[in-house]
Design a protein around this ligand. Structure first.
Ligand SMILES: *Cc1c(COP(=O)(O)O)cnc(C)c1O
Length: 226
């Protein structure tokens, strides 16, 4: 078995274990294999080993890879998206996890309309108030969600977050709890969100315990990035 196959098997097992521990159906949890900086040959290996969603952070880098690997998999954008790249993002990706404001949402909608398409999006929520992190402040999420619901070419699927990095995975838990609670509040306000995109290599099992439906895992599948 190759290293990537072995890693993927371990990740899959840990996802199942975390789901069972939380009394959840493991099939509710979708794995996004984060392939930023990973070369095409190794991504193909992961696809052959069973990965069905790839996550990329940079439009140009993803474009090259998508040309070579094609669409036996679906491609998700998880990085910071600049409005001037919206046009390309629409063509390349099946889902954008990181919509962080109405101007970007409107530009995506405009481009999707031109392309006669509908694109799935999530709102990236900044729960840590770090100025270096992207995302919408929690208080603004409800307004942004309502704004996106008025855009006919976007389909609002859920919420995404990325906590600050901690050596101790357990330290991420409050952020994942906060995102789940935000989803619950939104449902009460009549804005039900289907998906929660949260959890990375070091803490995806904790995110699953708190309700993640997408986990975004890079290092644990592909090894450390250069
Ligand atoms: C790189 C990245 C990941 C994956 O991080 P790992 O620690 O390698 O699993 C997940 N989400 C986002 C938004 C990323 O940029």
């Amino acid at each position: 078995m190759s290293q990537i196959q072995e890693n993927l098997q371990k990740v899959t097992e840990r996802i199942e274990k975390a789901a069972r521990k939380a009394g959840r159906d493991p099939n509710e949890i979708k794995l996004v294999a984060v392939s930023k900086t990973v070369e095409v040959a190794r991504i193909k290996e992961a696809v052959e080993a069973g990965v069905s969603i790839l996550g990329e952070n940079y439009v140009q880098e993803a474009q090259k890879k998508i040309e070579e690997i094609g669409r036996p998999v679906s491609w998700h954008f998880i990085g910071h998206l600049q409005s001037n790249k919206a046009k390309y993002a629409i063509r390349l990706f099946d889902m954008i996890h990181s919509v962080d404001g109405l101007p970007l949402a409107e530009e995506l909608n405009r481009r999707a309309e031109q392309a006669n398409q509908k694109i799935k999006v999530m709102i990236e929520v900044n729960l840590s108030k770090e100025t270096t992190k992207f995302g919408t402040d929690e208080e603004m999420v409800m307004n942004l969600a309502k704004g996106i619901q008025n855009l006919n070419h976007l389909s609002l699927e859920g919420l995404m977050t990325m906590p600050p990095y901690f050596d101790l995975p357990e330290m991420s838990r409050p952020y994942y709890v906060a995102l789940r609670e935000l989803k619950e509040r939104m449902a009460k306000e009549g804005i039900p969100m289907k998906e929660l995109s949260m959890g990375m290599s070091n803490d995806y099992d904790i995110a699953i315990e708190e309700g993640a439906t997408y986990v975004r895992v890079g290092t644990a599948i592909f090894g450390a990035r250069k």
